[in-house]
Design a protein around this ligand. Structure first.
Ligand code: NDP
Length: 476
């Protein structure tokens, strides 16, 4: 008997994906650069289903039914290219190479184009949900050629997370679309985490609540409109007590957040597309600030002055923070979805944003009740310019805005950094503004660089002959 699908790269993610396929009744071919991992998988989990282990790439390929489906789950970057180079010569036209790692979407575009010339289908598939998701049902975002989805989709849908029986897996779009959407998913995840962290910080510093009390608040919120995996696990983390010191776990952890890069990629791509994803950018920068130990030490040594601590919050802090968190979250998602739409247009991917919200409802890290409303918004209006003008979100934000402003004001007055809340509010006010000071910037650009400007009252480009005095000698 031949295998329906093969997995090469059997570290935590690949191993669990392979087990997930096997548990769903598929025969799974196994391969890993070093054979030890392959052997280990069969020894430990061989009883879970039908596996065909191979030591060589050639045997692995020979053990697969045609068209072959080879899932690559190795370290992103160079290792993925190495594996592709090893397998491509062994495959035949119509076979599929599925990169389920966290590849950069531009790498995926490059790889897809190169393999297409050999008649091979290359599918860049985003997989979210971590180790547990890979085993019990991840959210899967496959890109690549549509034809390949016909042969591959049913297998992926089998192992994906389900909501009311519907799989969290859909063909996202051609070439790099799947990895792009996975990247933005991770960017949104950064924003969600930062906003939750700011909410915790305000409840603790302004409200004086203990981590255990805040865990209770989050548990309460998890029952409401903020209900989500990240809120749920935040409550668990806050409840945790360090065994060796008896202190709250959050108080014994170094306050320097690390990152692997998908948040940064999201912001870099957004800069290139010209889409303001300030919520995601602030979260990436907040992690960078937290990790900037030298600069923080210099600031501490210089004792940078803060405000006098008398100011109290002018409202019900807990209720206000919930509103600020929800409104800021809406902004972050609105920006992320706008980025997906912009890329979809730029690359001709024809991504259905509602379908993305749908497949993020389970399996992935940002899974939340909230995504149902995003799906509904795009079902109603696929061309929605921003989620903020959808009825549900507009109502939510208008209901939240007074509280949101109070929270941002309190943070500023008390000197507590809340870049996520503050920048989300600034973005919202920027969208609302009837006139932006961008007009003045146009004047400045025309002054020093003769960059010209457009008028509100007549068409065409204009340049003003500015007074010579005060003009720089060289264009800035
Ligand atoms: P790692 O990223 O730690 O990669 C280890 C695997 O890559 C091993 O199988 C290793 O083989 C193989 N490998 C490394 N270099 C090479 C090479 N030059 N040639 C062939 N194989 C190589 O494994 P993870 O399981 O953590 O992640 C796999 C992929 O999934 C990554 O792209 C990651 O970004 C992505 N991902 C991870 C998630 C997670 O929660 N960990 C979540 C979602 C996606 P060997 O055993 O021989 O060393």
């Amino acid at each position: 008997e031949k295998a329906q699908i093969g997995v090469t790269g059997l570290a935590v993610m690949g191993r669990n994906l392979a087990r997930n396929f096997a548990r769903h009744g598929h025969t799974v071919a196994l391969h890993n650069r070093s054979y030890g991992r392959t052997k280990e998988l069969v020894e430990e989990f061989g009883h879970e289903g039908k596996f065909i282990p191979s030591e060589s790439a050639a045997d692995f390929v020979a053990s697969l039914e045609r068209p072959r489906r080879v899932v690559i789950m190795v370290k992103a970057g160079g290792p993925t290219d190495a594996v592709i180079d090893e397998f491509a010569p062994l495959l035949e036209p119509g076979d599929m190479l599925i990169d389920a790692g966290n590849a950069h979407y531009l790498d995926t575009r490059r790889r897809e184009a190169a393999l297409k010339e050999k008649g091979l289908h290359f599918v860049g598939a985003g997989v979210s949900g971590g180790e547990e998701g890979a085993l019990h049902g991840p959210s899967i975002m496959p890109g690549g050629p549509k034809e390949s989805y016909d042969a591959l989709g049913p297998l992926l849908e089998d192992i994906a997370a389900k909501v009311d029986g519907e799989p969290c897996c859909v063909h996202v779009g051609p070439d790099g679309a799947g990895h792009f959407v996975k990247m933005v998913h991770n960017g949104i995840e950064y924003a969600d985490m930062q906003l939750i962290a700011e909410a915790y910080d305000l409840l603790r510093q302004v409200g004086g609540s203990s981590p255990a009390e805040i865990a209770g608040i989050f548990q309460g919120w998890n029952e409401g409109r903020l209900g989500s995996y990240l809120i749920e696990i935040t409550a668990e983390v806050l409840k945790q007590v360090d065994a060796s010191t008896g202190k709250p776990f959050v108080d014994i952890v170094l306050d320097q957040a690390e990152q692997k890069g998908t948040g940064r990629w999201t912001v870099q791509a957004a800069l290139d597309l010209g889409v303001p994803v300030s919520g995601i950018a602030e979260s990436v920068f907040a992690r960078a600030l937290s990790g900037g130990a030298d600069v923080r030490k210099a600031a501490a040594d210089a004792a940078l002055p803060g405000p006098s601590p008398e100011n109290k919050h002018a409202g019900d802090l807990q209720a206000d923070v919930e509103q600020a968190l929800f409104a800021s979250k809406i902004v972050a998602y609105a920006q992320g979805f706008q980025q997906i739409q912009a890329a979809s247009k730029e690359y001709g991917w024809a991504i259905d944003p509602g379908a993305m919200a749908k497949i993020w409802r389970a399996g992935c890290i940002i899974r939340a009740k909230f995504l149902d409303f995003i799906k509904q918004a795009y079902d109603k209006q696929p061309e929605l310019a921003t989620l903020l003008v959808d009825e549900y979100f507009l109502d939510a934000v208008s209901g939240a805005q007074d509280a949101w402003r109070r929270v941002v004001a309190t943070a500023a007055q008390q000197g507590i950094p809340a870049p996520g809340f503050a920048s989300a509010l600034a973005y919202y006010d920027g969208l609302r503004a009837k006139r932006l000071p961008a007009a003045l910037i146009q004047g400045q650009r025309d002054f020093f660089g003769a960059h010209t400007y457009h008028r509100i009252d007549k068409p065409g480009s204009f340049h003003t002959l500015w007074a010579a005095e005060g003009r720089p000698e060289v264009d800035a």
